[in-house]
Design a protein around this ligand. Structure first.
Ligand code: SF4
Length: 325
């Protein structure tokens, strides 16, 4: 499996007033072909900022300060905005929570689908129409020829999301970023969209970065999971490892905060304390004000990334000390 995306020591800052604050504090991870990596964490942990840094879509007050982002081995951070723009839609696609963010309300579905294919794949109008219809069929849309003639406002939220997926996947990108794509959908449609994304990923061998705060969705779709907390990766592992033997106190807390419906276990234990604001100056491990195991070392020293076994890493002094590393 080749690496589609390699992110190394990524630091992104946001300017608020006269000061600049680190929102991503040196994040590293990879995504392989035909692999779905779920990035999980509470609102404000840096999930969406990671995707916007990769796509070069940060707001005016945000910037990548240091680190490397490689797509198929090609460094993105040193490219011009024009070059980055050319990659978007062609080799990197993005699906948002609300498809209307990306769909043009004034153009028919057919025009929007074929324009991307003509621009990025160099197809003729007729060829693009045929491919677009095929992809609408692939995403389970009945009467695709009729849908092509409709405008986004004439379709339900679930249909719009399917069309968005068809539009992104039809150009067969190396990397697909899906930012909470199912959050606004009802549970049945949500399940259908996840199955669809999984199938298309395999058809096209795309690497998928899937952003969510919903561990139920993670269980459905992830091959690997990255847990973020306040701009840092705190744990990474396979789906089996993260669900069966989480080690970081924050990951353990997240798991306890979800009811186990299968075993009728509704004993939810929310993580105490509140999530820190990016402007808060917290030394050492940023989880320490909420961690029941915090020591003096945790308050002053940032924990290093520790490899527990191949593919499973944790950043925690307690784990390090228990393992005598
Ligand atoms: Fe808790 Fe310390 Fe580990 Fe941070 S480093 S998670 S504060 S034990």
């Amino acid at each position: 499996m080749g690496k589609v995306l390699e992110v190394k020591d990524l630091v992104t800052t946001f300017r608020i007033g006269k000061k600049e604050y680190e929102v991503l504090r040196g994040i590293s991870f990879d995504i392989n072909e035909n692999e779905t990596v779920c990035m999980v964490g509470e609102s404000g942990c840096g999930k969406s900022v990671t995707t916007l840094s990769i796509m070069d879509l940060l707001p005016n007050n945000g910037r990548v300060v240091s680190g490397s982002i490689k797509l198929n081995g090609q460094e993105l951070t040193t490219m011009s905005p024009k070059e980055r723009n050319a990659l978007r839609g062609k080799r990197m696609g993005m699906i948002f929570q609300e498809p209307m963010t990306a769909l043009n309300p004034l153009l028919t579905i057919g025009r929007q689908l074929t324009e991307g294919l003509r621009l990025h794949k160099g197809l003729s109008k007729e060829e693009a129409w045929k491919v677009a219809v095929t992809y609408l069929e692939k995403v389970g849309i009945a009467n695709p020829e009729d849908r092509m003639k409709q405008y986004p406002f004439q379709l339900s939220g679930g249909l719009r999301q399917r069309i968005m997926i068809a539009m992104v996947m039809a150009v067969e990108p190396s990397l697909l970023i899906a930012d909470e794509p199912t959050t606004a959908l009802d549970v049945t449609i949500q399940k259908q969209v996840l199955v669809l994304l999984n199938k298309l990923k395999k058809d096209v061998s795309t690497g998928v970065l899937f952003i969510t705060h919903d561990l139920g969705v993670v269980a459905e779709i992830a091959d690997r999971v990255i847990i973020l907390y306040s701009g840092r990766k705190v744990e990474e592992g396979s789906i089996e490892t993260i669900f069966a033997k989480p080690l970081h106190p924050y990951t353990v807390g997240l798991m306890k905060a979800v009811p186990n419906v299968d075993e009728d276990d509704f004993d939810i234990q929310p993580i105490p304390g509140t999530f820190p604001n990016i402007t808060e100056d917290i030394g050492g491990c940023r989880f320490h004000p909420r961690c029941p195991y915090a020591t003096e070392r945790c308050r002053t020293e940032v924990p290093a990334e520790l490899e527990i076994e191949p593919g499973h890493t944790v950043c925690c002094h307690k784990v390090e000390e228990e393992r005598g590393k």
